[in-house]
Design a protein around this ligand. Structure first.
Ligand SMILES: Nc1ncnc2c1ncn2[C@@H]1O[C@H](COP(=O)(O)OP(=O)(O)OP(=O)(O)O)[C@@H](O)[C@H]1O
Ligand SMILES: [Mg+2]
Length: 349
């Protein structure tokens, strides 16, 4: 396996007057509520361990207050941890001096904010060039270099407009262009699309996924929306009360939710559309039945399997090699929602 791009190890963040004085108790398992009641400190993050691979989209998800922003802000050290390690490209971010940190923020990790973070008195073109300007690129050159990104995010013709003259979706395109123009390998996106209307939001996801296919950035993407997470995430980590309660492959999380909080999150998704044939198949020899691509959704596979003579199909990879088989029963098993085990009173929502 290749080295992770970002390694977050045993990271703790406690907000309050004397975080170090209560760290021991938090390490020993004191809950967020107990910490607040006994010591008047807020548990931001608790023993976070996440490896973020290069060139993928890693989603961090959780309800409001679960610690998502706190976590992503540790990556470029906008927040200092109470304990733990933050390693990016084998470099210890916490050991960087001011100068190194500034370089790191300007060149290595770019942030895209929920509220777009645009300068209202600067034009689209100037805003897009801003990251380059603070890197020290002369203004005109910076504008020229960022022009390509203004076009790539679909804003050609709007260069001289001001943010107030743009829709929310367009403003966020400027935010994206600005982050991309810096050429940073890492994009930190904190609820970047959450303020947008659903349709515009889907558009932005498409813009980002299209660019990502070509650019292969390391993207850390925060959202509280599972549909968005599933649409764009290669991996998902789910936070609750400052702790990671499950992380991994999205398909895996849906099939084996770690607890009721996650069951709650996945309740309302369209399982037929999200789950893939490969998730439900059995590995093995070929059977008498139609070929079904491993990456096909269960929804699409259902009529194919159901119309076959033996209610079974061959699961094949991109080169049509047989990986295994899937039966009608397996398709249906995937479509059935998991049982909710706790009583409704104790739900999180
Ligand atoms: N500067 C601070 N001082 C004290 N407590 C803080 C501070 N920043 C965050 N917190 C607390 O840490 C916890 C996590 O906050 P955070 O902003 O990371 O949540 P979030 O998951 O990003 O929520 P949202 O979805 O609402 O943005 C919350 O309980 C919050 O009140
Ligand atoms: Mg937040």
């Amino acid at each position: 396996m290749t080295e992770p791009k970002i390694r977050i190890q045993n990271l703790y963040k406690i907000f309050g007057a004397k975080p170090q004085s209560v760290l021991k108790e938090v390490e020993q398992g004191m809950s967020k509520q107990e910490l607040l009641e006994k010591h008047n400190h807020v548990l931001g993050l608790k023993d976070i361990n996440i490896d973020i691979p290069a060139q993928g989209v890693s989603v961090i998800m959780g309800l409001s207050g679960s610690g998502k922003s706190t976590l992503i802000r540790h990556i470029n050290r906008l927040i200092e941890p109470t304990a733990g390690k933050m390693i990016v490209d084998n470099e210890d971010v916490l050991a960087m001096n001011k100068q190194q940190l500034m370089e790191f923020r300007r060149h290595k990790a770019s942030m895209v904010f929920q509220k777009f973070g645009l300068h209202v008195h600067r034009t689209v073109s100037e805003n897009a060039a801003y990251g380059l300007i603070i890197q020290g690129t002369p203004v005109n050159e910076a504008k020229q270099q960022s022009q390509k990104w203004v076009e790539r995010v679909g804003l050609a013709g709007f260069e001289d407009h001001y943010p107030s003259q743009l829709s929310g979706g367009m403003q966020q395109r400027v935010g994206l262009a600005r982050a991309l123009a810096t050429d940073a390998e890492i994009l930190l996106m904190d609820e970047a699309f959450s303020a947008l209307d659903p349709l515009i939001r889907t558009d932005m996801q498409d813009v980002m996924l299209g660019l990502q296919e070509e650019l292969h950035k390391t993207i850390v993407f925060i959202t509280h929306d599972l549909d968005e997470a599933l649409r764009i995430g290669d991996t998902i980590a789910i936070l609750r009360d400052g702790a990671v309660i499950q992380q991994g492959d999205p398909q895996e999380i849906i099939m084996n939710p770690a607890d009721d909080y996650i069951v709650d999150f996945i309740q309302d998704i369209n399982r037929g559309r999200v789950l893939k044939v490969k998730t439900m198949m059995s590995r093995g020899h070929s059977v008498t039945g139609p070929n079904i691509p491993a990456t096909m959704s269960l929804e699409e596979a259902l009529p194919l399997v159901s119309a076959s003579d033996y209610k079974v199909g061959n699961v094949v990879d991109e080169s049509n090699d047989v990986l295994g088989s899937i039966t009608l029963d397996q398709v249906i098993a995937g479509l059935v929602r998991p049982e909710v085990t706790t009583n409704p009173e104790s739900r999180y929502r």
